[in-house]
Design a binder for this molecule. Structure first.
Ligand SMILES: NC(=O)c1ccc[n+]([C@@H]2O[C@H](COP(=O)([O-])OP(=O)(O)OC[C@H]3O[C@@H](n4cnc5c(N)ncnc54)[C@H](OP(=O)(O)O)[C@@H]3O)[C@@H](O)[C@H]2O)c1
Length: 298
């Protein structure tokens, strides 16, 4: 990936999983100059040692943002992981306004598939509001509507394999799961090359239902795994009984409700269009992590 466009490039949230990976991809592409922002500059000392300018920025502290974005031409704003209702939108809006005031020429933002009012996902409104703020700020922008990370199965699949049951409240809904690596590659490509204002659906190569995932896990692990669809209220109650905070359980179940409703059943060619490489399928991802999902019996 090469950049036809001029830096300085700036990446926010650079100590997060996605942000850090985008930083590495931009460095691999030898694009620069590169500025990164984070709430934890101490975690990025290795980048500073490699000539990256590391700045402190916390979107919940707007007074930190003018200096954070100063001098940047092209900016990737990584959405935050704040669970406080409405806080994510306020944070993102503050970042967008600061970037626009600093005179940046292009803003890339990591959004969510179909974040409109009909999405059951509890934080979809934060993304829809941010997209609107991005349009309103008048700066050319790329909205990357990342579908659900395939990587989320690294958290749920081991238990499903161990118990033989994959529980979800997703009905027969299907999802265009996309790996975080493909999201990072798409974000790096957009940061370095996208022009004008466009919305991209960042997805994997195909639609996958929970029953498909259960079948893949069974085949990969050699153990029986069955998908058991639950009612949203029952799944929420089970999660809380297992010790999950009620707010987090509600958020996770709202994602399942979105799957059941079909708002995440989106597949596009955007990853390949942006990066030149086809996205990784769910099966290929799970096969690559087979050892983590189901350690061989000793
Ligand atoms: N599509 C999906 O399935 C999916 C799954 C999980 C998350 N996401 C979204 O994608 C984003 C990136 O994913 P990830 O895997 O990299 O998550 P992650 O590792 O949890 O990273 C969280 C990110 O939020 C940033 N952040 C949190 N609070 C902030 C604040 N007050 N000001 C500025 N930045 C703040 C962090 O930046 P620093 O720590 O460097 O300050 C970091 O980049 C998440 O934050 C979330 O919005 C999507």
């Amino acid at each position: 990936m090469t950049s036809s466009l001029q830096g300085p490039f700036l990446i926010t949230g650079a100590s997060g999983h996605l942000g850090r990976r985008v930083v590495d991809l931009v460095l691999d592409a030898q694009a620069g100059p590169l500025i990164v922002t984070t709430r934890h500059p101490d975690k990025l000392a290795d980048l500073a040692a490699r000539g990256v300018e590391v700045r402190a920025a916390d979107f919940t502290k707007p007074e930190t943002l003018a200096s954070a974005f100063a001098g940047a031409h092209r900016v990737l704003i990584v959405s935050t992981d704040d669970l406080t209702p409405g806080q994510r939108f306020a944070s993102h809006k503050a970042a967008i306004e600061a970037a626009a005031a600093a005179g940046v020429r292009h803003i890339v933002y990591t959004s969510l598939t179909n974040p409109g009012a009909d999405s059951p996902i509890s934080f979809a409104g934060d993304h829809a509001g941010t997209e609107a703020a991005l349009v309103a700020c008048g700066v050319p922008h790329s909205i990357l509507r990342n579908n659900l990370y395939t990587d989320l199965f690294l958290m749920t699949a081991p238990q499903a394999i161990a118990s033989g049951t994959l529980y979800a409240a997703a009905g027969n809904g299907r999802v265009g799961y996309v790996t975080r690596e493909d999201c990072a590659r798409a974000a790096a490509a957009a940061l370095l090359t996208a022009e004008g204002s466009r919305t991209f659906d960042i997805t994997g190569p195909g639609l996958v239902a929970q029953a498909d995932v259960a079948r893949m896990l069974a085949e990969i692990s050699g153990r029986p795994v069955t998908y058991v669809p639950l009612a949203p209220a029952d799944l929420r109650q089970g999660m809380v009984q297992q010790g999950l905070p009620a707010e987090l359980a509600a958020l996770l179940v709202s994602i399942d409700e979105a799957i059941a409703k079909g708002t995440l059943a989106v597949v596009s060619s955007a990853v390949e269009d942006l990066t030149g490489r086809a996205p990784t399928s769910v099966r290929a991802f799970l096969e690559a992590h087979a050892g983590t999902l189901a350690p061989p019996a000793s």
